[in-house]
Design a protein around this ligand. Sequence first.
Ligand code: PMP
Length: 362
Amino acid sequence: MSRVWNFSAGPAALPLAVLERAQREMLDWNGSGASVMEQSHRGKRFIAMAAQAEADLRELMGIPADYAVLFLQGGATQHFAQIPMNLAGAGDSADYVVSGHWSAKAASEAGSYVRVNVAASSEADGYLRLPPLDSWRLDPHAAYVHYTPNETIHGVEFHAIPDVGGTVPLVADLSSNILSEPLDVSRFGLIYAGAQKNIGPSGLVVLIIRRDLLQRAGRPMARIFRYAEHAAADSMLNTPNTWGWYVAGLTFQWLKAQGGLGTMAERNRLKAELLYQAIDGSGGYYRNPIEPSARSRMNVRFTLHDGALDAAFLQESEAAGLLALKGHKALGGMRASLYNAVPPEAVQALVAFMRDFAQRHG
Ligand code: PMP
């Protein structure tokens, strides 16, 4: 077996222990004589597993009892639309903070269902820094405020939860940094995340919503789009992504065994620090363009001093067992994603490779 160090932005690396356990349980899950993918979500075994996954996530994140936890489908992108459908009524407006590709997309998709007020944007700065909090033009009558704590493509991250006042619910797309550190869930009205970075396989969305928001009328729509219906049916309104839910549950158990989110936060901080120090200490050979206070711990962008070396860097890094360092096509350059399942050894190997490459291609 040859496993590589995987820096993919998503779908991304999963913990080796999770993959090995899923492999062990593949043919005969939980003494059932069949795989988890081959049995009813209405069966006793699956329902018990699903409840345990939710309980483990609640424990890990400290999710208060007045929040519902939903295991849904559609990717984060579907919820760009479904959130305004559920939280905004006819004629309502919602505030969007635009700090990179994904928050811009969330705002543009929401526009079909709600009047979008771009309360702040760092687009004119090339998304190299975050829109300063004192520049946010928030509407006290907005249905909600939406922001994206970590921008996966642009590599910028909010390191504190913005204070948007007490009355308008804060909605956050945590797709690329959920579970990377402890989070005060009570500060949010709604949190959502596509699973394929820090949770498990793609095709699953974890959505955490304060229960009073389930009462919002939204607009007339089919039941399948309504979060209140999913909550009332324990996320089994229709057939859920059973495999995704199962692997997510294994990841939550793995996180608990690691020591929880405090341990992950410290590990993630050290990983990012090691890579940023290697970039900043390279004498300009490598560069990260992001304002230091806004740098992402999860997605580290860098360019080489000479773009003509990109192809060699990618080819040699792959040959050295370092996978998926190519940056997003919109930005070029490189990107290393350092999610929970990427161990410190992977970052050490990357940094050693970068030093070696710079010496050989000086
Ligand atoms: N939001 C963020 C922050 C993301 O990183 C991504 C995917 N990379 C998305 C939304 C879109 O997710 P999906 O493909 O699951 O719709």
